[in-house]
Design a protein around this ligand. Structure first.
Ligand code: AMP
Length: 192
């Protein structure tokens, strides 16, 4: 089992690379952003709460996110090839909660793969994505807030996972296939 955290700023390519990892390795996938957007679409209470935070570029409170994550993780059953965590954790308390939740099930994170992309490139990608995605948070003002949240609340996780001994830095520039090749090298070198 290879549970993998795919990590990076908004626009780093986490979703795109997750799709390729699912196809090649048969991993399960949890995108907390997709889970929340689905809740909003379905008009649930959780969706109503989440919308305010998302539209403002802010993070949903940790306690809420941790509950959601555990329940989605359990849908994959006790035995699976691995799950990709995409967009989670985004804070140190979330990383600690993920470690605990997995340990309670006899599981762990095998690797945290950081997609490193320069700031100006992130901005260009997100503005371009906004023209097609229809996402309410892909506009210039909210993108700036999301990048700021990434730098202040999420990027400290790089050191946190470095200390855990499972941080892998991958250059997130180049073609989608080039980047995927770098990711595969990391995954293929992991013990089963
Ligand atoms: P994403 O699709 O991963 O870019 O997430 C879109 C938005 O959903 C974020 O800007 C947050 O408002 C919210 N969100 C997604 N994942 C999390 C998380 N792990 N913790 C808190 N908020 C999250």
């Amino acid at each position: 089992m290879k549970n993998i955290v795919i990590f990076g700023a908004p626009g780093a390519g986490k979703g795109t690379q997750s799709d390729k990892m699912i196809e090649k390795y048969g991993f399960g996938h949890i995108s907390t952003g997709d889970v929340l957007r689905n809740e909003i679409k379905n008009g649930t209470e959780l969706g109503k709460t989440a919308k305010g935070y998302i539209d403002n570029g802010q993070l949903i409170p940790d306690a809420l996110m941790v509950d959601i994550l555990a329940s989605v993780y359990d849908t994959f059953g006790k035995e699976h090839k691995g799950v990709i965590f995409d967009g989670f954790p985004r804070t140190i308390p979330q990383a600690e909660a993920l470690k605990k939740m997995l340990a309670e099930r006899g599981h762990k994170v095998a690797a945290m793969i950081e997609l490193a992309v320069p700031e100006d490139e992130l901005m260009t990608r997100l503005i371009n994505r906004g023209k097609e995605s229809g996402r309410s948070d892909d506009n210039e003002e909210t993108i700036k807030k999301r990048l700021n949240v990434y730098h202040t609340q999420t990027s400290p996780l790089i050191d946190w996972y470095e200390k855990e001994g499972i941080h892998h830095h991958v250059e997130g520039l180049g073609t989608v296939d080039d980047i995927f090749g770098r990711i595969c090298q990391v995954i293929d070198a992991l013990a089963d």
